[in-house]
Each structure stands twice: as C-alpha cells, then as structure tokens.
Design a protein around this ligand. Sequence first.
Ligand code: MLT
Length: 257
Amino acid sequence: MKLALERSGNGAPLVFLHAFPLSRKMWEPQRVLSKNFQFIAVDFPGFGESLLETRSASMEQMARDVITTLDAADLKDPAIFIGLSMGGYVLLQLAKLFPERLRGLAMVSTRASADSIEARARRYQNIEIAEKEGAAALGEKMLPSLLGETTMKSRPAVVTTVRAIAAKQTAAAVSAALRGMAERPDMTETLSQIKCPVFVASGREDTVIKTSEMETMAKALPHAEFAAIDQVGHLLNLERPDVFNDLFLHFLKRRLL
Ligand code: MLT
C-alpha cells in the first residue's frame, strides 16, 4: 500500500523512517537538512496520515510499502535511508529485499536481533494497554524508555513533543505495529551483506537498546561508522538534534557525496 509521504528540498534523497509509537513528525528537527538534501519522510501504516489495512504490520510489508510509496512519487534512484528503532527494523528488511535501492544508511537506536521471549510478552501486554486505555496511555508509560534521563529531567519541550506525537496515534495502529515487531525475524545475517556506508548512532542513556549492543552491530556491518552520543536516550535525533545533525552531515559529506 501507499504511505503518506512528505518531501522538501533538492539534492540526494534522505528517506526518514520513524520509531514506535510515533509518526514522521519525529523528524521535524532534521528538516534543516533539506538545505543540502531532499528531505523525505513517511508514516508507517496507521500512523500519522497513513491508512491501516492489516491487523499486524510486518516489518517486511512495511519495507515493501516504503518502496511502493517512493516509486509512486517517482523517487526510484538509490537513496540514503535513516531508520530509528522500529524504522531500523524496517530498514533491514529493505536492505535484504531491495539492496539496489540503497546509497547509504543510518541505523539509529536499533538492532538486528528478534525479540526475546520476555520482550514479545511485553508487546502483548502493551497491546492490551493500547486497546483498553488508548495509545496516549501507552505513550505515557513508554516515555521514560523513549527519552534519556537527562532529557526527562531537563528538556521539558522534548518531553512535550514526544508525548503529543504519541497521543495522536490510534490503538489500532499501535497494536498492529506491536504484533509486527513481536513477530519479526532475526536479521543478523543481513548485516554482512550491506555494501553501502552505514552511520550507526546510539544514545548513551538509551535503556531500550544499549550502546554496547549497537557497537557490536556496527562491527558486523562491513562499512559502518559508529557514534555514541552523550546525555541522550533512544530518541536522540529529538533530544540533541544539533549534535545528531552535525555528526550525520559529516558522515554524509565524507562517505556519500
Ligand atoms: C521504537 O522506538 O521504535 C521502539 O522502541 C522499538 C521497539 O519497541 O522495539
């Protein structure tokens, strides 16, 4: 299916894939990159302005939807894809299914492995919360894991932004993505097949996916550059946008332009 897509700017295309339980709005602080690049962001099924057609949104189907959407917008040249957390899970499917579409990647706060038994059980508990109490309640519960300790204490505007984006999503979209993430396969073997440069970024206060785990993932990628950012958690692009944008821009200039 076609997803909601927005684009601005000119130049090499940067395609942003959002985290759970948010929408493309989480990439607002990266819109400044449209000064030098084409900024493109999509909403996954049911999130933001995209429709939801299935009960379970698999990572593979979402990757296919991204390509269908780019094709429909006549964006068929290889692009630089940026995926944060769930966006990164989708990115690995995209790398496996459509390697010819990759010019470069950024894998932020994400992992290649599947859920542990405990993590899968937590997803089904979260589906119950979303269905009984709503997506906003689930977003509220998740806030301390989505944001680092420093942000929770000293960046109230970021907390407000994340809370507001999460509150706008529907229980149906959130539940479909949770089912898709719970059922996603291990993609570790795909890492060694990725031939393009990859920027790997982790927040040192991320409690969902630890910096050490991301460093190990970076080592399995043949052409990766790893950056660990201080005083941020999982949603590091929103927590310290200037630091993230600078590091990413340097990577793009050095490795991809
Ligand atoms: C995300 O940020 O997309 C989620 O933390 C992913 C997950 O729950 O595994």
